[in-house]
Design a binder for this molecule. Structure first.
Ligand SMILES: C[S@@+](CC[C@H](N)C(=O)[O-])C[C@H]1O[C@@H](n2cnc3c(N)ncnc32)[C@H](O)[C@@H]1O
Length: 220
């Protein structure tokens, strides 16, 4: 049989969950705080969180940007992967989410290395451009803005820097041309995937996570 993309044996997902699903009191505490505060449970999975930490380590990231903070769960994972003295700027529209995130980041020991910027990411991203170029940009906010977030990452990553984009399967909708036509979010995510896949300044691929994580290294 020809080797294709990903794997479809559900026993393997269960195997990975069993072997790599180790307890993590800090992350579990952050989730509990989010739940008690009534935030939606739309953070990345523990496995995707681990992938984010590894991606940060792999590119030797010191300066990272996250678009879509929620309660700081993925932020904690990224911060764990940064080099000594590294910094994360993370953007969050909802003031309540930002407050919970700041508390979770403080509890995780990252109050000095993380800054939560409240408001529309597209409005506030220009404020940090002077801190760049950046090593890592993680995109996980409003889906219709994904193409513009990717364009920002393209402009402000260093060569060799990495963009990671969550929900790149659009909950299955990208595989359905009718859904891509009808749904603005699916269309924006598809457009972002195509841009990563078709070269330009990125060398890209889709990690076969449950939600799809597009990744691309800026090569020119
Ligand atoms: C999927 S959640 C982020 C989850 C987080 N990355 C994690 O895995 O822990 C998306 C977040 O983006 C925020 N958001 C939505 N639109 C935004 C915008 N235009 N600018 C900044 N944040 C936005 C939402 O309020 C929400 O908290």
């Amino acid at each position: 049989m020809e080797k294709g993309y990903g794997q479809s044996d559900p026993r393997l997902a269960a195997y990975v969950e069993r072997v790599f699903g180790v307890a993590d009191p800090v992350l579990e505490g952050a989730l509990l705080k989010a739940k008690e505060s009534g935030l939606p449970a739309i953070q990345v999975s523990p496995f995707d969180g681990r992938i984010l930490e590894l991606l940060a380590r792999l590119v030797g990231a010191e300066r990272a940007v996250e678009i879509g903070t929620l309660a700081g769960y993925s932020a904690i994972n990224i911060l764990r992967g940064l080099r000594e003295g590294g910094r994360l700027w993370t953007f969050e529209y909802e003031p309540k989410h930002a407050r919970i995130a700041e508390e979770n980041l403080r509890r995780a020991g990252f109050e000095k290395s993380a800054q939560v910027l409240v408001g529309s990411a597209l409005d506030r991203l220009p404020e940090i451009e002077g801190e760049g170029p950046f090593d890592l940009v993680f995109i996980d906010a409003d889906k219709t803005s994904y193409p513009r977030y990717l364009a920002w990452a393209e402009a402000h990553l260093r060569i060799g820097g990495l963009v990671a984009i969550d929900n790149a399967f659009a909950w299955g909708n990208v595989a359905d041309p009718k859904a891509v036509d009808a749904d603005e979010s699916a269309r924006a995510i598809h457009e972002t995937n195509v841009r990563l896949a078709s070269g330009g300044r990125f060398r890209g691929m889709m990690l076969p996570t449950s939600e799809g994580m597009g990744i691309g290294v800026k090569i020119r």
